[in-house]
Design a protein around this ligand. Structure first.
Ligand code: NBG
Length: 834
């Protein structure tokens, strides 16, 4: 009663500042209960765990909205320059825990929930993660959204709201089984639909020319169907700042729910068809590692979200500007790989066809708007669209691409007269056999800046992938080494180590990761080192329990946790890891007295559904696991676990528990890697090749704190040029010979002798990923790992040094570089008022 009166005397009745925004445990508890009632329509006796999760999520969302609205208002008033991160994938991971950390109310929420007789962990676990990405590229986009907000940079993420994200993986009889990901089934409290901001997107049909009122020749696109794009916004809060940016994901809808003409003639199903086909566009995320040919729907997805995004940006710009002349000063668009590269042509179309700008003027705006990040050198992942497909889906865009190309090639001809080979290589249209539109070439021509994602990769982009573009525009090229967010991948997921670090050096490291350096002063502090070991051990115990629950395998937390968790791909060489396991297996059986540090080999990762060889590798891991785990001579000294369904949620359990991080790709093939950073940040030591960001990690942590092996990129290329013959390697190494023969003879596939033959054949007869070439060096390096692990003190020392020197790999550092060198955008401070 007194409280109410006090309130009344201070504030006008409609302004209740702490309602929905209060940050105390008490305020959170009150709103948590309110939301259970008003949002879920439930009372405690009947509420499910999901009801409680949603009630808490809405409670947190209310607090986010407060920041979000203030942020939007400030940006609008100040007409802030804005970064638009265009990506077909955003692998966000669960929101609830991350938002609690960012708002600084994790403990308060835990207390509030506890008072209602619940455990916060259970509610966190209830959240179904939005798996709207395949792997590193999508997760990078999510880390970058986090850093943009934390650095107070105005930013919008644009992408696709897939109804089904990346499939869930189950392991049955050792094989991967794909299960559809129904992530929206129980509701998504983090998004707000904005149906009033929707756009029409054209597909198919033909084009025609006409004369406009100024007697200029113009083009018109007469589509054969039109789809509506509706945005769903998810707020992205910065860490302990008032900034809340958002991610705007587009869903496809039919323009009309029914084709009334068809309906009137009695064709009810035909009428509903159109609705279904339209909605198909955003139904499902495409798995990567599948060839683009014939992927019409994927092209439609790309164009769909890119056109929605650009129309939205134009709408936003015209709210405060009179014309589109300053568009490139208002927005910096980053193309996350070539998936959104069609944006170059679409912005031209919107400016010229829809808004009446002259070509030259429009081109000046366009090429000053875009930046392009390349994320792979793997030839099969380089997007190119068959010309006939492109012409059928996007006829007007193809005309525009022809025009861009012809003007660009004129420029090339002026610089290199008569150099027709060069022109063929630079052309956006590949005319070799069948004709294709090369998306990387379009992205290069249409962008102000082109970058790779680690120092080595950026060099290879210049020298191997796009050398002719680099010759032509050397000033466009730069490197931006990837980074990861310490909020999710330390503060949230590794509370034990985070607490210890904060006690030692304060909590500023969460926003200024370089401060981890301060840990080096603690290397002689025995109590600190002991607690460091205890934190790791406790994390391993937690993981052990989950492994037991999900696989039935009992792992020993005292053993070394040797982990390889990432997409399954031959270039990442999970099979090299397996060859080492079998080698140890043989050594132990040959000489049961062999002394080794007990190890648990843990694998996690999904294989693309159409990538048979990768799926066979999963089966091999599990089959070898069956043999090793049940062998009486081995007696638990080594164990093999395949942890099913590696996703962001599981990753948050896995990284903190790792002792050894496997980063063993063929040199020159992993563009950067970001798992390598997450493992090291959580105190794992790395065994790795000189590939991607491993090189820079090793430089930072010191060569003596990194287990290096294997061929360099140059050596790989040289071996290949000189006619590398894996058979010779196989014949010359007895242990390797034995291992391969075992796999080939059916030792791990009783009753199915030939099961692994395709894998064996590929290793022996072509070995494009140099697995055999690196085998001996890898096994030897693993012996050094074993020795180091047995010296616990030394290992802990190295672990602390790894963490202390990981500051460089914060996504905040990466984003600061993009802001300074490419986007030229400055922070905007948001003030909160009630
Ligand atoms: C991936 C690379 C990784 C890199 C991430 C993020 C694609 C196409 N590329 O090495 O394979 O870390 O991108 O840059 O997913």
């Amino acid at each position: 009663m007194t409280a109410t009166r006090k309130h009344k005397s201070k504030c006008p009745p409609l302004k209740l500042p702490s309602v929905r925004t209060g940050l105390s445990a008490q305020a959170i508890r009150r709103d948590f209960r309110d939301n259970l009632f008003f949002m879920q329509g439930r009372f405690p006796a009947v509420a499910s765990r999901n009801d409680y999760y949603l009630a808490l999520a809405y409670t947190v969302r209310d607090r986010l909205l407060h920041h979000w609205i203030q942020t939007a208002e400030t940006y609008r008033e100040r007409r802030s320059r804005t970064v638009c991160y265009m990506s077909a994938e955003f692998l966000l991971g669960p929101h609830l825990g991350a938002n609690l950390i960012k708002l600084g109310i994790y403990d308060e929420a835990a207390e509030a929930v506890k008072k209602s007789g619940l455990k916060l962990e259970d509610l966190l676990d209830q959240e179904e993660e939005p798996g709207l990405g395949n792997g590193g590229l999508g997760r990078l986009a999510a880390c970058y959204m986090d850093s943009l907000a934390t650095l107070e940079i105005p930013a919008i993420g644009y992408g696709i709201r897939y109804e089904f994200g990346i499939f869930d993986q189950e392991i049955r009889d050792g094989w991967q089984v794909e299960i559809t990901d129904k992530w929206l089934r129980l509701g998504n409290p983090w998004e707000i639909p904005r149906p009033e901001v929707s756009f029409e997107i054209k597909f198919g049909g033909h084009t025609e020319t006409y004369r406009d009122e100024k007697n200029r020749t113009r083009a018109r696109w007469i589509p054969d169907h039109v789809v509506r794009g509706v945005p769903y916004d998810t707020p992205i809060l910065g860490y302990r700042v008032n900034t809340a940016n958002f991610l705007r994901l587009w869903r496809a809808e039919a323009v009309e729910s029914f084709d009334f003409r068809a309906f009137n003639t009695g064709d009810y199903y035909g009428a509903v068809m159109q609705k279904m086909t339209s909605e198909n566009i955003t139904k499902v995320l495409y798995p990567n590692d599948e060839r683009p040919e014939g992927k019409r729907l994927r092209l439609e997805q790309q164009y769909f979200f890119v056109s929605c995004a650009l129309q939205d940006m134009i709408r936003i710009h015209l709210q405060t500007a009179k014309s589109l002349k300053g568009f490139h000063r208002k927005f910096a668009i980053q193309l996350n790989d070539t998936h959104p590269a069609v944006a170059v042509a679409e912005l031209m179309r919107l400016l010229v066809d829809e808004h009446g700008l002259e070509w030259d003027e429009a081109w000046e705006i366009t090429r000053n708007t875009f930046g392009y990040t390349n994320h792979t050198l793997m030839p099969e992942a380089l997007e190119k669209w068959p010309l006939s497909l492109f012409a059928g889906v996007l006829p007007r865009l193809l005309e525009i691409i022809y025009e861009i190309n012809s003007r660009f090639l004129d420029e090339v001809r002026r610089r290199y007269p008569g150099d027709n080979d060069r022109i063929r290589r630079l052309s956006i249209i590949d005319e070799h056999d069948d004709k294709y539109v090369r998306m990387a070439n379009l992205a290069c021509v249409g962008s102000r800046a082109v970058n790779g994602v680690s120092r080595l990769h950026s060099e290879l982009v210049k020298t191997l992938l796009l050398p002719n573009f680099h010759d032509f525009w050397p000033e466009k090229f730069s490197n931006k080494t990837n980074g990861v967010t310490p909020r999710r991948f330390m503060a949230l997921s590794n509370p034990r180590l985070s607490r210890l670090i904060t006690e030692a050096i304060g909590d500023k490291w969460i926003k200024q990761l370089d401060r981890l350096r301060g840990l080096e002063k603690r290397l002689k502090d025995k109590a600190f080192l002991h607690r460091w070991e205890q934190a790791k051990l406790a994390n391993k115990r937690d993981l052990t329990q989950i492994i037991q629950k999900r696989t039935g395998i009992t792992a020993d937390p005292a053993s070394m946790f040797d982990i390889q968790a990432k997409r399954i791909h031959e270039y990442k060489r999970q099979h090299l890891n397996v060859l080492h396991i079998i080698t140890l297996f043989n050594r132990l059986r040959r000489d049961p007295g062999t002394e080794i540090a007990p190890r648990t080999f843990i694998f996690g990762g999904k294989a693309a559904p159409g990538y048979d060889r990768a799926k066979l590798i999963i089966k091999l891991i599990n089959s070898v696991g069956d043999a090793v785990n049940s062998d009486p001579v081995v007696n638990g000294r080594i164990r093999v676990v395949f942890f099913p369904d590696f996703n962001v949620k599981n990753a948050q359990l896995i990284y903190p528990a790792a002792d050894l991080s496997e980063q063993i790709s063929t040199a020159g093939m992993e563009a950067s890697g970001t798992g390598n950073m997450k493992f090291a940040l959580n105190g794992a030591l790395t065994i790795g090749t000189l590939d991607g960001a491993n090189i820079e990690i090793r430089e930072q942590v010191g060569a003596e704190n990194f287990f290096l092996f294997g061929l360099t990129t140059d050596e790989v290329h040289r071996h290949k040029a000189e006619g590398y013959d894996p058979m010779t390697v196989y014949r010359a190494n007895d242990e390797l010979h034995e291992v391969i023969d075992m796999i080939a003879s059916g030792a791990f596939s009783p009753g199915q002798r030939d099961l692994f033959q395709p894998l064996v054949d590929s290793l022996l007869f072509s070995d494009p990923y140099m697995v055999l070439a690196d085998y001996a060096a890898y096994v030897k390096c693993q012996e050094a790992v074993d020795a180091a692990y047995r010296d616990h003190k030394r290992w802990t020392h190295m672990s602390v040094l790894n963490v202390a020197r990981m500051g460089h790999f914060s996504s905040d550092r990466a984003i600061a570089e993009y802001c300074a060198d490419i986007w030229r955008v400055k922070p905007v401070r948001i003030r909160l008022h009630d």
